[in-house]
Ligand binder design. Structure first.
Ligand code: NDP
Ligand code: MG
Length: 382
């Protein structure tokens, strides 16, 4: 039996994780759950799964929840850390959205727990610290992001020196094929209509701007120890090939399945074993074709902004991520337009003076600085 804590249990990944746990109850038990504001769903999850510990963001919500359930309810970052580090939890599914996932995930790593990592922002902003701490404490990080799960499966038991390049596939999002001019006036609801995946609002907008793929390039760099030149991006609108690895002999391995996050979630949970019948198998007769094209880096500048931040290193990836979080939220609230997202991030990056990024304090400082600058830029844009 594997004991699991889920950080962000009410989100898209959190809910899919619970679906997997529900189907394989003989293998998994839930120890901890956390949510920010969706208390009604959290209550249902508590009733169904009887966790030992629960965390919510604010203390007022925690107090209200304590009156309704018997379980221990904590709040704030301390609450998230308590869920992540509970002594009974062997496995922490990290599925909070944004930089808020870093501290609890890192605290589980420092106790040597196995991490199922969906919260890519953790590696984007603090990849060096997180991977070093994981090594030091023998904590395994198993990717949940579908592309990285694919690469993880393709590279298993192979030497990094034999990898010529990896190819991260991308659906291209709802605006694939549109010009920069056409993107100017797109609406929030159009950006939230992803063609293949049903995800939280932030990552759905990131997919529309291609920032998601940029963040994934940085995530892949830290997960697989590959230099940025060895990480390529290819648009594959059908989302059947989840990513590929090419080896020195010219051979390419790819991982395929229907686009369903339960597949990478289940693989992370059960690794190194595989569960039976997680997703419907592919029906090759009904697959008309698998198509590929290069990303349009001019219409979607976020991809290059992320690749540049990775090459610049230091505090640049943390600044990129924070500026993006502020920009996406502003877009969702209709304070800025779609094309303002890359514009805003670039302005903040251009202003930034690179600093070393060897401690969590340095990461958090860069994050806070970038949020403030991004907010200033938004005000000056209106
Ligand atoms: P959602 O927005 O659907 O869920 C986010 C979860 O985190 C919810 O439980 C939410 O609580 C909680 N949460 C949000 N903000 C905070 C905060 N500041 N502090 C504590 N908890 C918070 O996101 P997704 O599930 O789509 O994504 C989660 C992560 O997984 C992201 O990093 C994303 O990039 C990554 N990912 C997601 C994929 C997907 O298919 N969805 C695919 C690959 C990666 P509440 O519900 O109460 O607001
Ligand atoms: Mg992905």
């Amino acid at each position: 039996m594997k004991n699991i804590s889920i950080l962000g249990s009410t989100g898209s990944i959190g809910r899919s994780t619970i679906e997997v746990v529900r189907r394989y109850r003989d293998k998994f038990k839930i120890i901890g759950l956390s949510a920010k504001s969706n208390i009604e769903l959290l209550l249902k999850q508590i009733e169904e799964l009887s966790p030992e510990i629960v965390a919510v963001t604010d203390e007022e919500t925690a107090r209200a929840l304590r009156k309704r359930v018997k379980v221990e309810v904590l709040s704030g970052t301390e609450g998230l850390i308590a869920v992540a580090t509970h002594e009974k939890a062997d496995f922490v599914l990290s599925a909070i959205v944004g930089a808020a996932g870093l501290i609890p995930t890192l605290s589980a790593i420092r106790l040597g727990k196995t991490i199922g990592l969906a919260n890519k922002e953790t590696l984007v902003i603090a990849g060096k610290i997180v991977t070093e701490e994981a090594k030091k404490h023998s904590a395994r990080i198993i990717p949940v992001d579908s592309e990285h799960s694919a690469i993880f499966q393709c590279l298993e038991n192979r030497k990094t020196s034999e990898v010529r390049r990896i190819i991260l596939t991308a659906s291209g999002g709802p605006f694939r094929g549109r010009s920069k001019k056409e993107l100017k006036s797109v609406k929030v609801e159009e950006a939230l209509r992803h063609p293949n995946w049903k995800m939280g609002a932030k990552i759905t907008v990131d997919s529309a701007t291609l920032m998601n793929k940029g963040l994934e390039v940085i995530e892949a760099h830290w997960l697989f120890g590959l230099s940025p030149e060895k990480i390529e991006v290819l648009i594959h609108p059908e989302s059947i090939i989840h990513s590929m690895a090419e080896f020195t002999d010219g051979t390419i391995l790819a991982q395929l399945s229907r686009p369903d996050m339960k597949a990478p979630i289940a693989y992370a949970l059960s690794y190194p074993e595989r569960l039976s019948n997680v997703v419907e198998p592919l029906d090759f007769k009904s697959l008309r074709s698998l198509t590929f094209e290069l990303p349009d880096r001019e219409a979607f500048p976020c991809l290059d902004l992320a690749c540049t931040a990775l090459k610049e290193e230091g505090t640049f990836p943390a600044v990129l991520n924070a500026a993006n979080e502020v920009a996406v939220e502003a877009f969702l609230k209709e304070r800025i337009g779609f094309n303002d997202i890359p514009l805003l991030i670039k302005k903040v990056l251009d202003k930034h003076q690179k600093r070393p990024c060897n401690t969590i304090e340095e990461v958090l400082e860069a994050d806070a600085w970038a949020r403030k600058e991004a907010e200033k830029e938004i005000r000056s844009m209106r």
